[in-house]
Ligand binder design. Structure first.
Ligand code: ZN
Ligand code: ZN
Length: 343
């Protein structure tokens, strides 16, 4: 089969690899029908994720069809249409029993990281019973792909951790796919204002059509304070992962507010406790657990949530090298999410 293989920083190839086989009786082999590329894959390509080694097939998102199952898999059978979670969960370890699948003792984020991932014609999914989700035959596959990672990430790490309530003012710093996923899902809670912050005007315009009430492209702290009568926002969601954007969040969170970090940080940030200590502020971090996939799946299938809007480019899986270039030049190509279809 063909797979997108990482060969060290800056090096990737679409090349022949052996088709995966069942290793544990809890595994399933999935024939990928649609997959995508994540910002995390670009970090891997830069060499930022040292756990990913030469020879690894990338990708942790996708939908497909069950090709084969191990003997102890009971919830899925050959031919079932499935959504693959970016997080693998055994369902029975201490972390899983707390719903913290991201810290599963034999799972967590391993796909396209510690084991071969979904940017291939076939993928092996460990703990299949608890890491795959049934999708209806009629479901729109490309919308469902957005549920592998970005929608649960925006929702769990941003919206749920931020404890957004009806009438709140919310600032989302970063209008990339994850920030936009937070923007889509924050509307479950009817905040009064959603201020979207980004340097990219195109992304802000997209945010407007997704339900943002205010757009801020420069002087973010000053502008947000002006928009909130000097009070700041009830919830600041960090969806970039650099010191500058974390700093915006800690400068605009109102007394009693929440600062929910989603961004993957590679450098330490300066925490201004000398200003924050008296503010009754809650700062949260989280790795996505994907425990909200069943709930989000219902809202997508009913049409309440429309993540298909995040898809800007479509390629055949065979053209994944080109898709990486397009995704990597997001500002120029106006890329949000790309969909790769395996024919
Ligand atoms: Zn991802
Ligand atoms: Zn577990």
């Amino acid at each position: 089969m063909k797979a997108l293989v990482y060969h060290g920083p800056g090096k990737r190839a679409w090349e022949e690899k052996p088709k995966p086989v069942i290793k544990e009786q809890t595994d399933a082999i999935i024939k990928i029908t649609k997959t995508t590329i994540c910002g995390t894959d670009l970090h891997i390509m830069k060499g930022d994720v040292p756990t990913v080694t030469d020879g690894r097939t990338l990708g942790h998102e996708g939908v497909g069809v069950v090709e084969e199952t191990g003997k102890t898999v009971t919830n899925f059978k050959v031919g079932d249409k499935v959504l693959i979670s970016c997080i693998t969960a055994c369902g029975i370890c201490d972390a899983c029993k707390k719903g913290m699948y991201s810290h599963c003792e034999t799972g967590g984020w391993i796909l396209g990281n510690l084991i071969d991932g979904t940017q291939a014609e076939f993928v092996r999914i460990p703990h299949a019973d608890t890491s795959l989700y049934h999708i209806p035959e009629s479901a729109e596959e490309e919308a469902i792909v957005m549920l592998s990672d970005i929608l649960p990430t925006g929702f769990e790490c941003g919206v749920l951790k931020g404890q957004v309530k009806p009438g709140d003012s919310v600032a989302i710093v970063g209008a990339g796919p994850i920030g936009l996923a937070a923007l889509l899902t924050v509307q479950f809670y009817s905040p009064a204002e959603i201020i979207m912050v980004d340097l990219d005007e195109n992304r802000l315009n997209v945010a407007k059509t997704f339900g943002a009430t205010k757009l801020v492209s420069k002087d973010a702290v000053k502008e947000i304070m002006k928009l909130t009568d000097g009070k700041g926002v009830d919830v600041a969601i960090e969806a970039v992962g650099i010191p500058a954007t974390f700093d915006i969040c800690q400068s605009v969170v109102a007394a009693g507010g929440h600062l929910a970090n989603i961004g993957v940080h590679g450098k330490s940030v300066e925490l201004h406790l000398e200003k924050l200590w008296s503010g009754n502020i809650t700062i949260t971090t989280r790795l996505v657990d994907t425990v909200t996939i069943p709930m989000l799946l219902k809202t997508v299938i009913s049409g309440k949530l429309q993540p298909k809007k995040l898809i800007t480019h479509r390629f055949a899986l065979n053209d994944i090298m080109k898709a990486y270039d397009t995704f990597g030049n997001a500002a120029k190509e106006k890329t949000l999410k790309v969909i790769l279809t395996n024919k």
